[in-house]
Structure formats: C-alpha cells, structure tokens
Design a protein around this ligand. Structure first.
Ligand code: NAD
Length: 346
C-alpha cells in the first residue's frame, strides 16, 4: 500500500484519435485521471455519443498488492473502453506538462478525477494526498486560468464530505463535516473550485459519488474485496455485524451521471449526488454473492470507527435536472461484475 510509484507502460498506450473534426455540437473533453475505473467508463460513454475525449493520466497504482492486477485491468480498460483515444502521459502536479497538454488539445470541458481515490490510503499517506488532491487541483486551476477555451470544470468529490450522516437519504444540503483527510481534501477541493469559478468566471460542476463498484476495480474497496474473496474461496470479513450501509453504485451508472453533468448546460455551477440512491448493507452484499458462491462464509468483526457512518444519498436533484436514472440495482451490478471476472480470468 505504501508504494505509489507510477507504472511505466505509456509508450505502447499512446495513440492519436482519428477523425477529430467535430461538428460544432460535439465537445472536446479532457479527462484527467481518465485511465481509472470511473474515467475509462466515462470515456466510453462520451465517445459513444460522438464526443472527442483526451485522457491525461500518470497511471498511478496506490495499492502494492494489486499491482499485477492493475496492469492487467488497465490494459483491459484501454483496449475495451478507450480504443483509439489519445492519452497524454503526465502528472496533474506537473504545471508545464499540464498546460502544454491543454494548449495542444484545447478541451471545452475538463473532468477531474485524478486523486488518491481512497480514504484508507489518503489517511495513511496524508502528505501525498494533500499534494495530489490540493496542489494537483491548484495546478489545474492555474492552467485553466491561463487559457480561454475551457468552459467547464467537472470535479469528482465524494460522499465523504458529509462525514457521519445525520439523516438518510442525504441530499446535497446535508451538512458537510468530513472526519478524515480524504473527505477534508475533497471538501477543500469543492471550495477552491467554487472560489476559482467566481474569481475567473469558469463554470464548474461538482459530483459526489459513493461506493462505486464494478469490473476492473483494483482499489480494494469493500465490494472488490468481497468479490475477490468469493472467487478465491476466502471468507468475507463483515465489520459491524454486516450492518454498515453503503450506497453501492455500479460503475456504468456513475459514468452516466458524469456524462450527463458534463454535457448539460443546466449542471453549471451545481453540486450533485450521483449514486444508486439506495442504502444496502454488507450483509445484503454477501447474500447476493452467495447466490453465485453457495459455500461463502462470513466472519463478523467490530465496526471500523474511523469511517463515517453513511447510507443512501438523495439523487432527486440529479434525476430532475440531469435526467439521471441509475440502471443497476446491487443485484444487477454484481451479476455483471461476476460475469466480467469469469470471462476475463487471467
Ligand atoms: N470509486 C469510488 O467509489 C469513488 C467514490 C467517490 C469518489 N471517487 C472519486 O472519483 C475519482 C476517480 O476514482 P476511481 O475509482 O476511478 O479511481 P482510480 O484510481 O481508478 O482512477 C484515478 C485515476 O487518476 C490517476 N491519477 C492519480 N493521481 C494522479 C496524478 N497525480 N496525476 C495524474 N493522474 C493521476 C490514476 O492514474 C488513475 O488512472 C477519484 O477522485 C475518487 O476520489 C471515487
């Protein structure tokens, strides 16, 4: 987990996108962190709609134990979801490289996903988390501020900005009270972007996802750990008696939400929860998995007090303004996830 050096496989991945002429309505969108779990799915959705996507990414893998799997699934993402996409290799903190990438590609919209995406790692590597999540964002803001073609910045925040939920489903007006480095840097990022938008007249859209799961995940969130353990005949450790409740969101649904938010004029300067909109317990997740792995056993452990107590997020605003409609129940999403792994066994 401590090793965060980048994977060096850029040369064979970099390709030029053909046919980038556009027709006036089509947008050019740069996805920073676009080679990740969520970014690669957004890329697929946007290119399917005819938009031009450029990925800017440093191919960071923050979890040492998943390194081989990361390389395997990164290749799958780029081959299956992002074929022919132009990829600029670079760190968001590299001011010169980032500005050059912006000037050469002239995106209308930037979707920013490039952060340490995990609470556990962010809390352990707090300096690195601050550096990427805050200084990286500052580099991006400086770069956008120095050009005149970027019209919107879409920022990936998190349900961690709410801290312990005071009520559920939590809407966007729920008090923000993060309890850790991850949630704190996410909320700071939201404020920096809002201030920057006002100061420089750059529109923003802030998205708060939660508990995303699905094929090619390698970040060891609880959903991936449960699925991996089921495949490998290992027991599932259920903290807090399995009663911990999360708004598990299938990766295709979060990609739908980001895509709608990036393209909709109505999303300008708005904050959206984008999730499934349902709280489901770890016990429910294990019961769903048991349908595919009947011998699956669970072990009960005390609750992890360092994590915020969460639950369902209210997605009414995204439904009304963006027309967002999540398609995958937890049952449907796990079915897709299990099938994908079966078809892509190493
Ligand atoms: N997956 C979830 O459950 C979830 C929930 C809430 C919020 N988010 C947020 O969504 C975003 C994307 O999450 P994900 O699950 O796709 O994570 P991911 O790790 O799969 O993707 C992140 C991408 O950003 C890139 N990156 C990281 N640091 C970088 C840097 N300094 N310079 C350039 N590229 C860099 C990585 O190489 C990776 O491709 C993150 O900001 C995360 O905090 C995710």
């Amino acid at each position: 987990m401590e090793n965060i050096s980048p994977i060096q496989i850029k040369p064979e991945l970099k390709t030029e996108q053909p046919g980038s002429e556009g027709n006036g309505q089509k947008q050019k969108i740069m996805i920073i962190g676009g080679a990740g779990l969520i970014g690669s799915r957004i890329t697929k959705k946007l290119t399917d709609l005819g938009h031009e996507v450029v990925i800017y990414d440093k191919f960071y893998n923050f979890i040492e134990s998943e390194r081989d799997k990361y390389v395997f699934y990164l290749k799958r993402r780029l081959k299956e979801l992002c074929p022919g996409i132009k990829i600029v290799y670079g760190d968001i903190r590299d001011d010169v490289n980032l500005l050059k990438a912006l000037q050469e590609n002239r995106p209308d919209t930037i979707i920013h996903l490039a952060q340490i995406p995990l609470a556990t790692v962010s809390n352990k590597l707090s300096s690195e988390a601050l550096d990427i999540n805050i200084n990286g964002l500052t580099s991006l803001i400086k770069a956008i501020g120095s050009v005149d073609f970027v019209k919107r910045l879409v920022y990936s925040s998190s349900s961690f900005v709410y801290g312990h939920f005071k009520y559920a489903p939590a809407d966007e007006n729920h008090p923000t009270n993060p309890i850790d480095v991850y949630g704190g840097t996410k909320l700071a990022g939201e404020d920096i972007i809002k201030g920057f938008g006002t100061r420089f007249g750059i529109d923003y859209t802030i998205i708060r996802p939660s508990a995303v799961y699905g094929p090619t995940d390698v970040n060891l969130r609880v959903s991936q750990i449960f699925v991996d353990n089921a495949f490998n005949g290992r027991d599932l450790i259920m903290e807090g008696g399995g009663e911990a409740c999360l708004d598990f969101t299938y990766v295709d649904d979060i990609a739908q939400g980001f895509t709608l938010a990036a393209l909709s004029p109505k999303a300008k300067n708005e904050v959206f929860n984008i999730t499934r909109g349902e709280g489901r317990t770890l016990k429910e997740l294990s019961d769903i998995l048991r349908q595919y792995f009947p011998n699956l056993k669970t072990i009960i452990k005390p609750a992890d007090q360092t994590r915020p107590k969460r639950g369902a997020l209210d997605i009414t605003k995204a439904r009304k303004i963006l027309g967002y409609e999540p398609k995958y129940s937890l049952e449907d999403g796990i079915k897709e996830y299990v099938a994908y792994i079966k078809n892509h066994q190493e």
